[in-house]
Design a protein. Structure first.
Length: 568
C-alpha cells in the first residue's frame, strides 16, 4: 500500500516519512545546516501536525543520551540530529555508549553545503568551508552499523528505511546519516511512499539444535554450574527465560557489572554481583550477554572448567581484544537460546535429588549473603561524611515497580532490591561519562507516569552538561530526581592509581593529582536556576526526609529536584 502527500521540499518529505515509520521524537541540536528542517517543522506546527515532535536540546551529549534513554526503556529508536562535523564530534562519546549497549538509534547530522553557489541551500557563511571534511562518516564509522550521505531526493525512502532496518537488526546499534543542505532544500510537490515500510529488520535467530544439545549435555553433567550475566535484561522477556532455566537446574546467577535487571534480586538463586568468589568452585560457567564475565588479573576459572557463552554476538566481534574461553558458543536471541536449553535439559532428564540439593545450598547462601549486606548497610547509617552505601540504602527503601533508576557508577545495588526488568539501567560498558543525566530525561519522556531517579557522582554530573539537562527538564516538564553522590573526586581514577601503586606516592598523598574536584560547587543551585528544587545534604540522619521531600516535588509539583549529598 502506498501513501501520497503534498510537500514543498525534501525536508518536509523526510519528516513525513519519519513520522510514518513510528518516530515520535526528533532530538535536535541545531546549526546552519538545519534551515530546511526548521522550516519544515514550522510548517507542520502551523498546520497542527504534531506526529513527530522536535525536542530542542542545547548540547549534543544530552541529545544523544536522551534518545538512548528513551529507546532503552521503550525499545523504539528515535532520531537525533546534530550540526555537521563539529556536532558529530561532540556526540561521539554518546554514540560509543549506544554502540556498546546495543541501542538502536537513528543518528543524523547536517553536512556543510556541497556547493559554493547556485542551488538553494548553497554556502553563504564563512564556516561552510572549514566545516567540510573529506569523509564525515569516518569519525563514527567504527561505532555505527551503517553510514551514508543522502545524495538525491529519489533516494529518501530507501535510505531512511534501510537505516531503520539495520539499526533494528540484532545486534541493535546506531546508524549515521548525513544530510546536505541543498538536498534537504530541494523542491518537491508530492511524495509517495510505501506504508508500511518494505524493508524490515532481520528476524531473530537461534543456535542450531546440535549446538544446543551439546551445551545441554555439558550443563546436565555439571555439579557446580554458575551463570554470569550482564545485559540480558535489555530484552525484558529474556529474564523470565533465565529464571525458568535457573530453577530447572539449580543454577545460581551472578550479575557482573550489570547494566539491566537480569534476574530478580530477591530470588534465592540470585548470587550477588561478584563472580570472583565462585570461579574456583564452578565446574561450568554460563556467560550470558557479558563482555567481561570476570577480571583475569584477579582470578579466573581453572582450565578444566567448561565455559558456554550465550548472546547475540557472544564473542563480541566488535571488540579488538577479548580472550575469555568459550568451549561452546551459542549465538542467537538469548531468550530463545535459554528456552531451547531448558527444553533440551528436560528431554535429557536431570537428577531431581541433586537439583533440589543444589537449590537448597544456594538458598542458604542467598540468605547469608543478604544478611551480610543488610548488616553492612545498617552499620553505615551514622557515618559522617555520609557513606555512599547509606545513600543507596535510602534510595532502595523508596523503590517500587513504577520507579526507574538510572545509575552512572554510584548506586550500590547490594543495598537495594530490583525485581522487575526495566526498573534499573546502568551506563554502557564503554562508560563515556555524562550519559546518566540525559538518559534519565529520555526515560521520563518515555514513561511519564513513572518516578525517575538519576544517581551520579559529582564528576559524572559535570560531564553530563547539567545546564543543558536542567533546561530541557524545565522546558519539556520532565521532572526527574537527580541525586549527586558528591565525594569531591573522580573515584575511578583515584582508586585505579591506588591499585596500581598501593604503597606509592598517590596512596600517601593528601591531595591526589588529577583526581580531585575541588572546590566542590553548590550544584543544587544549578537546578534551582532552572526552576527546580535543590538541597544540600550533609548529615546521614537528614537523608531519608530529604529524599522524601524531593520525591514529593517531582510527583506533586511536577518540578525537577536535585540532592547534593556530601559523601565520603
Amino acid at each position: 500500500m502506498y501513501t501520497k502527500t503534498s510537500v514543498a521540499t525534501v525536508a518536509e518529505a523526510y519528516l513525513e516519512l519519519l513520522a510514518s515509520r513510528g518516530i515520535k521524537y526528533f532530538f535536535g541540536n541545531s546549526g546552519t545546516d538545519f534551515a530546511p528542517i526548521i522550516e519544515a517543522f514550522a510548517k507542520r506546527d502551523a498546520e497542527d501536525n504534531h506526529a513527530i515532535v522536535p525536542i530542542t536540546v542545547p548540547h549534543e551529549i544530552t541529545a544523544v543520551a536522551m534518545a538512548h534513554g528513551y529507546t532503552m526503556v521503550t525499545g523504539k529508536p528515535q532520531v537525533v540530529m546534530v550540526h555537521v562535523i563539529v556536532g558529530t564530534a561532540n556526540a561521539l562519546g554518546g554514540i560509543i555508549n549506544a554502540s556498546r549497549a546495543r541501542v538502536p538509534m537513528f543518528f543524523t547530522a547536517g553536512r556543510t553545503p556541497l556547493t559554493e553557489q547556485g542551488p538553494v541551500g548553497t554556502r553563504d557563511l564563512g564556516i561552510h568551508w572549514a566545516q567540510e571534511s573529506f569523509d564525515q562518516g569516518a569519525m563514527v564509522r567504527e561505532f555505527v552499523k551503517w553510514d551514508y550521505e543522502l545524495r538525491l531526493a529519489s533516494q529518501l525512502e530507501t535510505v531512511v528505511d534501510r537505516a531503520l532496518a539495520i539499526a533494528q537488526s540484532e545486534p541493535f546499534g546506531p546508524v549515521y546519516l548525513t544530510l546536505p543542505r541543498e538536498v534537504l532544500a530541494e523542491d518537491m510537490t508530492t511524495f509517495q511512499y510505501a506504508q508500511p515500510s518494505r524493508i524490515k529488520g532481520a528476524s531473530a535467530t537461534v543456535p542450531d539444535a546440535a549446538a544446543v544439545e551439546k551445551a545441554a549435555k555439558a550443563i546436565a553433567a555439571a555439579r557446580n554450574p554458575i551463570a554470569v550475566v550482564q545485559s540480558l535484561g535489555r530484552q525484558p522477556q529474556a529474564v523470565e527465560a533465565l529464571v525458568e532455566l535457573a530453577e530447572t537446574i539449580g543454577l545460581p546467577v551472578i550479575e557482573q557489572w550489570h547494566t539491566h535487571v537480569n534476574f530478580p534480586q530477591d530470588h534465592f538463586l540470585h548470587a550477588g554481583y561478584d563472580p570472583l568468589q565462585y570461579l574456583q568452585e564452578a565446574d561450568l560457567i554460563l556467560v550470558i550477554e557479558a563482555d567481561a564475565p570476570w577480571f583475569p588479573r584477579f582470578s579466573e576459572p581453572p582450565p578444566e572448567t567448561s565455559v558456554i557463552q550465550i548472546g547475540l554476538d557472544p564473542l563480541f566481534s566488535d571488540y579488538p581484544l577479548r580472550g575469555f574461553a568459550s568451549d561452546i558458543t551459542l549465538s542467537g536471541i538469548p531468550r530463545l537460546t535459554l528456552l531451547a536449553l531448558k527444553e533440551a535439559l528436560q528431554l535429557i532428564g536431570l537428577d531431581a535429588a541433586e537439583v533440589n540439593s543444589r537449590c537448597e545450598r544456594w538458598r542458604q547462601r542467598h540468605v547469608t549473603q543478604r544478611k551480610s549486606w543488610q548488616a553492612n548497610t545498617q552499620a553505615l547509617q551514622d557515618s559522617h561524611p555520609i557513606d555512599m552505601g547509606w545513600v543507596s540504602a535510602c534510595i532502595g527503601q523508596r523503590l517500587d515497580d513504577r520507579t526507574i533508576v538510572i545509575n552512572e557508577y554510584t548506586l550500590d545495588t547490594t543495598a537495594t532490591c530490583f525485581t522487575r526488568p526495566g526498573t534499573y539501567f546502568r551506563h554502557s560498558p564503554a562508560a563515556s561519562l555524562g550519559w546518566g543525566l540525559g538518559a534519565a530525561l529520555g526515560a521520563k519522556l518515555a514513561r511519564p507516569g513513572h518516578k525517575v531517579i538519576c544517581c551520579v557522582g559529582d564528576g559524572a554530573y559535570m560531564f553530563g552538561v547539567p545546564v543543558a539537562v536542567h533546561h530541557v527538564s524545565q522546558a519539556y516538564q520532565l521532572p526527574v530526581l537527580f541525586i549527586i553522590f558528591n565525594n569531591g573526586y573522580w573515584n575511578a581514577s583515584r582508586q585505579t592509581a591506588f591499585n596500581y601503586a598501593p604503597d606509592g606516592y598517590a596512596a600517601r598523598a593528601k591531595s591526589v593529582p588529577l583526581c580531585e574536584i575541588k572546590p566542590s560547587l553548590e550544584y543544587e543551585k544549578i537546578c534551582q536556576a532552572a526552576g527546580g528544587y535543590g538541597r544540600r545534604v550533609e548529615k546521614a540522619e537528614e537523608l531519608p526526609e530529604a529524599i522524601d521531600q524531593a520525591l514529593a516535588v517531582i510527583e506533586s509539583e511536577n518540578r525537577q529536584a536535585l540532592l547534593n549529598v556530601i559523601c565520603r
